[in-house]
Design a protein around this ligand. Structure first.
Ligand code: AMP
Length: 283
């Protein structure tokens, strides 16, 4: 695995592989790698000749009161894990390479960014995500890019972005990878102390309860959300949001009809966690 830090170097490496007919897969990450990230790398490895993983803690997607400064960083560990999972090129640019002085452009995806994390973290969040992902696509020029369903709204934003701007890249969404007790893997789980770590399992259990409710034939949004909320309340968690929305365009739903996304965000101990589940009514 090669580590490159400049746009010129990542372009040159990709150009060389392409000249030999290689297909290129990109896995954007902010590092602090866990099995969720590694599942994306493995999928990219299975689908492509050249796998590029970017490692960049993108400052523009963090709000002023968020955890940019304390976000876990360990490049040597990440490089080892990325290499073992099949990465060919680790692209780890410094902030000035991505945002040189005078940088003045923002990509804004309207509509679907107004709800859930867009509403609760603020519009800067998905503007930062859309802008950095657009830049990474321009820098690397991948055939396919891999994202986790853990960040379900992010996947929708990036699909819309790629479609609206005619980006010649296939967006691949990969399933949520969980700890044995169901907690969705996240770089932010390191912020949880033992008590909060136990409490955090309630997010997945709440989604399970909602799914069980739908399976039993009760598809009304109020009942589905109430089933999840009961589990959260029982664990002492007051969600930031817990909403049932269309899995395609995040429109509000009053019942599970087609594919519905039940999305939750909550502060648990020192971490802000998100999780979600696609719910489908059985005919
Ligand atoms: P991050 O480093 O948090 O920006 O995440 C990089 C990519 O990994 C994003 O596409 C995430 O959705 C994905 N990811 C993070 N956690 C998981 C997980 N538990 N399962 C699957 N994908 C994940």
């Amino acid at each position: 695995m090669r580590i490159v830090r400049t746009v010129a170097d990542v372009r040159a490496a990709v150009r060389e592989a392409r000249s030999q007919g290689a297909s290129v897969g990109l896995v954007p990450t902010m590092g602090a790698l866990h099995d969720g990230h590694l599942s994306l790398i493995r999928q990219a490895r299975a689908d492509n000749d050249l796998v590029v993983m970017s490692l960049f803690v993108n400052p523009t997607q963090f709000g002023p009161t968020e955890d940019l400064a304390s976000y876990p960083r360990d490049e040597a560990r990440d490089a080892q894990l990325a290499a073992d999972a099949g990465t060919d090129i680790l692209f780890a640019p410094p902030v000035e390479e991505v945002y040189p002085s005078g940088f003045a452009t923002t990509i804004h995806v309207a509509g679907i960014t107004d709800v859930l994390d867009g509403a609760h973290r603020g519009s800067h969040h998905f503007d930062g995500v859309a802008t950095v992902v657009t830049k990474l696509f321009q820098m690397v020029g991948p055939d396919a890019a891999y994202f986790g369903q853990k960040d379900a709204q992010q996947v929708l934003v990036i699909r819309r972005l790629a479609r609206d701007l005619d980006m010649p890249v296939r967006i691949v969404a990969c399933p949520i990878v969980r700890e044995p007790d169901g907690l969705a893997m996240s770089s932010r789980n390191v912020y949880l102390d033992a008590a909060a770590r136990q409490q955090a399992t309630a997010l997945n259990r709440a989604l399970d309860a909602a799914e069980t409710t739908v399976r039993s034939g009760e598809t009304g949004a109020d009942a589905v959300i109430a089933a999840a909320r009961t589990v959260l309340t029982g664990a002492g968690i007051e969600p930031e949001y817990l909403e049932l929305r269309s899995a395609e365009d995040l429109a509000e739903l009053d019942r599970v009809d087609g594919q519905a996304l039940l999305a939750v965000a909550a502060r648990v101990g020192a971490a802000r966690l998100i999780d979600n589940r696609i719910l489908e009514a059985t005919p």
